[in-house]
Design a protein around this ligand. Structure first.
Ligand code: SAM
Length: 266
C-alpha cells in the first residue's frame, strides 16, 4: 500500500524491524504493561510493542492512515487505534481509554516533543515511564548534567520528574523519508512529578533568564534582594554561582523556600 508522507504531521517512518524491536526493548515494558503510543504511523513500532506488552492504545492524528493501520495490525488483538489529535485530547479522555500507570512510547514529530513531554508530566495519570524518539541535540539537553554546556531549562524540567537516559542514537537514514537531523531514544524512568510543577518550571525559567548573570542576580528580578540573600544562605548556595550549576533537586528546594516566604506574607 502506497503512503503519502505528510510533512505537516512530521511523518518520517521507521521500517527496520531490528531497530523497532530494539526500541520496544528500550522501553522496558513487560506483559503486564499497558502502553500509550502517540503517532503509530503505519503501525510498525505498534506491532513490536504489542508483542511485548499487555495492550497498546495508539493515538494517531491522520485518519488517512486507517486503511494501512488496519492492514498492518490485523491479528494484533491487544491493539486499539484511536484517531485523535493527542495534544488536544483532554486528560480525562486519555484516562477513560488507557487508565493510569501506563508506559508511554512515541516516535514523535519533533515539533511536538516539548508540549507532549509536558502533557505527560502534568496529566496526573502517573505514567510509569516515557520512551520517546527526539532530535539528538534535544536528547542531549534532556540528559545533560549541571555545569555542562547542554544543561538548561529543558534538562531541569525533565530531571525534576524522573531519571532520563539516552538508550540509543538513530541516524537520519533510518527514516523514510529521511529528516534533516539525527535522533535518539530517551527513556525516562522513576517518574514522580513534584507538587507545584508548573510553578517550579516558571521559577527555573526565571533563574536561567540571563545565562551570563549570577543566580542571585536572576533571582533578584523575581524576589526582594534581602529574601534572595536569606534563602541562598539557608540553602547553603553560594550567591555568585550561575543557575546552570544547580541540580533539579536544588531548584526544587530553592523554590520551596521562596514559596514559604511568599505564603507567610499572604
Ligand atoms: N510510529 C511511526 C514510526 O515509528 O514509523 C510513525 C512516526 S512519525 C515520526 C509521527 C507520527 O505521529 C505520524 O504518524 C503522525 O501522523 C503522528 N502525529 C503527528 N502529530 C500528532 C498528534 N498531535 N496526535 C497524534 N498523532 C500525531
Amino acid at each position: 500500500m502506497k503512503i503519502e508522507f505528510k510533512k505537516k504531521f512530521g511523518q518520517n517512518f521507521l521500517t527496520d524491524t531490528n531497530l523497532l524491536a530494539a526500541i520496544a526493548k528500550d522501553s522496558e515494558i513487560d506483559s503486564q504493561t499497558t502502553v500509550v503510543e502517540v503517532g503509530p504511523g503505519a503501525g510498525a513500532l505498534t506491532r513490536e510493542l504489542a508483542k511485548v506488552s499487555k495492550c497498546v492504545y495508539a493515538f494517531e492524528i491522520d485518519t488517512d492512515l486507517k486503511e494501512i493501520l488496519d492492514e498492518n495490525l490485523k491479528g494484533y488483538n491487544n491493539v486499539k487505534v484511536v484517531f485523535r489529535d493527542f495534544l488536544k485530547m483532554p486528560n480525562e479522555d486519555l484516562k477513560a481509554v488507557a487508565g493510569t500507570g501506563f508506559a508511554v512510547v512515541a516516535n514523535l514529530p519533533y515539533y511536538i516533543t516539548s508540549p507532549l513531554i509536558t502533557k505527560f508530566l502534568t496529566c496526573g495519570l502517573e505514567p510509569k515511564s516515557l520512551t520517546v524518539m527526539v532530535q539528538k541535540e534535544v536528547g542531549e539537553r534532556i540528559v545533560a548534567k549541571p555545569a555542562t554546556k547542554d544543561y538548561g531549562v529543558l534538562s531541569v524540567m525533565v530531571q525534576l520528574c524522573g531519571i532520563p537516559e539516552i538508550k540509543r542514537f538513530v541516524g537520519r537514514q533510518m527514516f523514510t523519508p529521511a529528516p534533516n537531523v539525527d535522533s535518539c531514544i530517551v527513556h525516562l524512568s522513576s517518574i514522580k512529578t513534584p507538587k507545584n510543577y508548573e510553578r517550579i518550571v516558571e521559577f527555573v525559567k526565571g533563574c536561567f533568564a540571563s545565562r551570563r548573570k549570577t543566580l542571585s542576580n536572576n533571582l533578584s528580578k523575581m524576589f526582594e534582594k534581602d529574601d534572595v540573600a536569606d534563602v541562598l544562605a539557608e540553602a547553603e548556595i553560594d550567591p555568585s554561582v550561575r543557575a546552570e550549576t544547580l541540580s533539579a533537586k536544588e531548584f526544587e528546594k530553592l523554590f520551596q523556600l521562596f514559596d514559604k516566604i511568599c505564603q507567610n506574607r499572604l
